[in-house]
Write a protein that binds this ligand. Sequence first.
Ligand code: C2E
Ligand code: CA
Ligand code: CA
Length: 716
Amino acid sequence: MDASLLTTLGLLDCVVFRRISAEKFEVMHKAGNWLDELLPETVDVKVFCFEQNSAYLQDFLVDAENLWRANKDGRIESGLWSEQLSTQLVRLEASAVVSDNQGYLIVNKLDAKYRQKQQTLQIARELLLSTDRISAQHDYLHARLEELLSQPDRAPTAQQPIAQALAQADLGVAILDADLHLLNSNPALCSLFDDTHVEISLPPDKLLLELFRTQYPECERVFSTASSWTGEIYWLNPPRQGKWLKLSIHPIKNDAQRVQNWLLSVSDVTQVKYLLKRNEKLTHFDALTDLPNRQYFWQQLESKIQQNLPFYLLYINIKQFKRINELHGHLVGDEVIKDLSKRLNAITHADDMIAKIGGTEFAVIMELNHLHTQISSQDQVQCVKFAEELINASCLPFYLSSGQKCKIGLNVGAAAFPTDTNSAEELMKYADLAAYSAKKKAVSSIAFYSKELVDASRKRIEMEDALRDAINNQEFELFLQPMLDLTSGKIIKAEALIRWHHPNGNLISPDEFIPLAEQTGLIIPIGKWVIKEACAILQRLSARGEEIKLSINLSPRQVSDRQLFEFIKNSVNNAQVNPQQLELELTEGVLIDNYDKVHYLLDKVRKLGMSVSIDDFGTGYSSLAYLQKLPIDRLKIDKSFVKELNENSQDSDGTIILAIIAMAHSLKLEVIAEGVETTLQKDFLKQNNCNIAQGFLFSRPVPYDDFCNLLGRQKD
Ligand code: C2E
Ligand code: CA
Ligand code: CA
């Protein structure tokens, strides 16, 4: 099409020059008055030489000349620049072209394009601001209501402060009970759905849940695992325009870690979505990271499925991201996500597709470059390798603009098409479930979807439910295992070891449920029960005139609980127990991972008179440095070393034990050996000055009454 026609139509405002030689140009097409002012050398002439009136253009001409000299068909562009003329500011872009052995220079006035670009930036800015503000509102409300609701004996229906918090909120809020029945909601919620044109068939809270269920495959998992969730849902209410709603779902748990309420908060983000729509790029791309967004990813996933070739869907979640937001604020959180997305994107192969599908979630469609119809074990190896690359990239520290640095980890879940399923929805659901199971591990890891995973997750949920009830139903019991002084041969202490009388009649060992209790946070109430019960046992023993010590086990999460010390202190006081009779057992791992917290805690408990021993010694870090620094009293040699002492043992088998005893004694620490099952073991330990022994040789862990009998027999 002729350039002048485009100009007339207002689509183009440009000039075209033909290159005659390195210096000379011919004016082929002239546009508005701006050219005369920018390049006066072109006024009223057909052929002209450039007179260095625009520094930017002059610079571009150097590159252009190279293109023209090469004389191969092609085109280069200068990028946007602006020039201040006497009456106006113009935005220009130049292109150098070679076509049919002829060089051309085109200068385009691009005010419209520039304005559009500025507008896009402005939209992006507004968007970021408004979503930031909305997120902050949701977070604030969650925190406030969580605080109010989690106070014991607070009925969510009648409380004055809760009603106030709800009435003042700009967001729509619904408080539901554990079974998702509405307890309380606010006027803002109703007004979101207030529409005189349509009759709403469901109350707002039910409608929200229904929209969530139909629009997000993660729904089931969110409720069954009591997780928080935030995302956008769409409410279509013809004949009116639909509404986009930002929905946050948040479980509120009681002390026993049981969900007692669900909190829904909603805000209308249609306006934000409208801003997005005004710019095509922004509707398909995440404003923060520039990666494809959930909507776009969904489309691509559907069309990928149409091709009917096997591929993996990876679901990537950032481990404990909430902590970064809490510690450093949302802006820093955004910075980390941006940086991370760059790293992940750089690793993702050109054929694959990575998208940001949620606040802290990414997804990847991983192509398998073969034409087989099913996934092979080779493919799985390839997928693991890719996931490891993603994880490794995320492990390097993030340096923040504030000068600080922080670290994150990833949970990666994978589901295979068509091996696991051939529906887009289920693929997302399965990959999400797999990522959730990867979350259980302390370190970054990948998990694949499998039927066993679903079974295991169901079994775990059942066990978790039963475990929750166990405290209230008094299903726990502390067994006591005696510890003997090896010189006197007398019982001087006992270790309290928990047992669970499951309603199905089985006695469950702690190895089976303590790890789950750790993961779910139930260890906090269980641990408190152990402390209280141990104090009660000490009280009963002392009433019988038995002044022996009792040691209890503390797990990592308990040690991080800020209220632990106060709780121990109060329990000891309430039971009127002499603190010197209580000993705490911690493993080496706990000491190292929480060094500062543990140091602080141990200092305080020892000031009260309690003693501290290190459990399973020799299996962990065993660093002399911390042994010297930490306030501890005893080491417990792990039973695996004791086990090596038997009739078949080599001379070398006892050397670790001897080394531990020598080291402990030089640090003025006592040594306990656990897992002593034979006389041979006992004799070896006694000969080598081990102080205390514990094991089946003397007694298994037994109920309180049996333990009293053991003590009684000793007296006789
Ligand atoms: P642990 O602290 O190392 O406890 C010693 C374990 O060794 C006990 O297993 C005990 O029954 C077993 N044992 C004792 N003597 C012998 C022996 O001669 N031979 C062999 N083979 N084993 C022996 P249990 O009671 O099943 O407890 C397992 C683990 O569960 C404990 O290991 C401890 O880490 C944890 N645990 C037990 N009770 C509690 C508790 O109240 N709180 C916490 N946080 N963890 C607990
Ligand atoms: Ca122990
Ligand atoms: Ca142990």
